[in-house]
Design a protein around this ligand. Sequence first.
Ligand code: NOJ
Length: 547
Amino acid sequence: MKARDEKFKSSVGYQIYPKSFKDTDGNGVGDINGIIEKLPYLNDLGIDFIWLNPVYQSPQVDGGYDISDFYAIDEMFGSLDDLKKLIEKAHEYDIKLIMDLVVNHTSDKHPWFVESKKSKDNPYHDYYHWVDASPEKMPNNWQSFFGGSAWTYDENLEQAYFHCFAKEQPDLNWKNPKMREDIYKMIRWWLDLGIDGFRLDAISHIQKENWDFEIKSPHGNDPWEPFMNVSGIEEYMSDIKAIFDEYGALTVGEASGVQSHQAPDWTDENGYINMIFELEHNWKKSDDPNNKIYIKGYKDIIMRWQKDMLERGWNALYIENHDNPRSIDTFGDGTLDSAKALAVHYMLLRGTPFIYQGQEIGIGNFPFTDINQIDVPDSHNYYNKLIEEGDTPEEAIKKAGLTSRDNSRTPMQWSDEKEAGFTDGKPWLAVNPSYLEINAQAMLADPNSLTNLYKKLINLRHENEVIVNGDVKFFNKGDKNTIVYRRKLDDKKILVIANLSPEKQKLALEKNFKGYEELDLGQEIQREFTKKMILDPWEYRVYIKGN
Ligand code: NOJ
């Protein structure tokens, strides 16, 4: 067993959605060589590791999260040799590479599933969850995350199989020890190849309740409760942890259903993984027509997670990823000023920050006008449901467009050249028309740009241990629009103030912070701290004290 490497705590991660990062062969899809080409850009940003979304062989029903061969790289991204080269080159820059580990489900085209469908006595039948059923009667009323029943009927077997995502993503049966051994073998194979760790996809769903577990009503109970961090998962997670420990792997889990008070057990020195992405904070008011994050709801959740992980455990910090619309539009008001306040408030919290490609240059949502501009299946399901319920196509695309995950999957905007410098061909998903102004080249050239602010924040984390190991205390907790916290380690203190609203806000802090100096984070003017400051829209200030 290797000693646990605590470096993940002082690291900053960068998430790459490979399909949309950089295309080098003109097929309109990003590739591994494109990532290699852009390593100098990532190195210049200052990040420490890359989380690479799936590049495995896949029919791409769900953006690569439907894997048909765990050991193969999908041709559209390149080859295994390209990946080895990426690992080697990234390591030359001292950048680590972690990959998605998708073991809750496979693609329905995976040979295991193809075999499992052949007959009830096929050796792979029990690799998945098959239960006797009829077209009229499914084993239970559980719902999939992507809408509709979590069961799909198979006429030949007169059974249904379980899937908590799309029907093309059958869930693996973790109760089967043979299946688990095959998964453990695969995990080792990738770590032996030289990757540095994993982002564990949907890991809290691998254990399910018994099939007779009743969901009372679609609105009463949480409809996904029967597969959210269900008891029994501990055994599987301990097995996985033992492998990670052998290699000293860097690990982050997507673990919805693991509550903040349970997260320390998952992520302390004896925990299964290094850190957790909580999914709670994407707090939206259901009646908000613009699909905005409700800042006070968000803030309460962040404060709770910070508090619950103060003594033990570790947070993964993020405001954007490939599963949500762009943060500049959901948290912010579409302006770069709002993106800057967002960057400052979350990058200095306690935990390991992740930056999602394009977030650092301020790419916003795509102005979708037609459902055919969207690829992702859940948006199509949602759109069709809205049409069935009587929406016009214009009304339906407005709603489905605002909430679509494809907002954040449009190509990275490198320059103001054709297709934003992403490809010489036709991009698989249209480039956001904002690229003429919003692109990496322009951002890097402007010293006060959002991108350069991210660089400063990354550097600040690297140079100040207080941001890594200091405690965190919030002030003005009840305020709806501002976030104020102080990080403290021995005599060193950092005070962070951000107005997360497009209006002026008056601070009424309960404490005066004396002897702090302002850090220059590219604002036009410096401002001395007072506890009753009136903050401009999206204003942010960072003050520092001590050595
Ligand atoms: C979470 C991933 O982030 C998401 O993109 C995917 O659709 C589901 N897990 C299923 O793998």
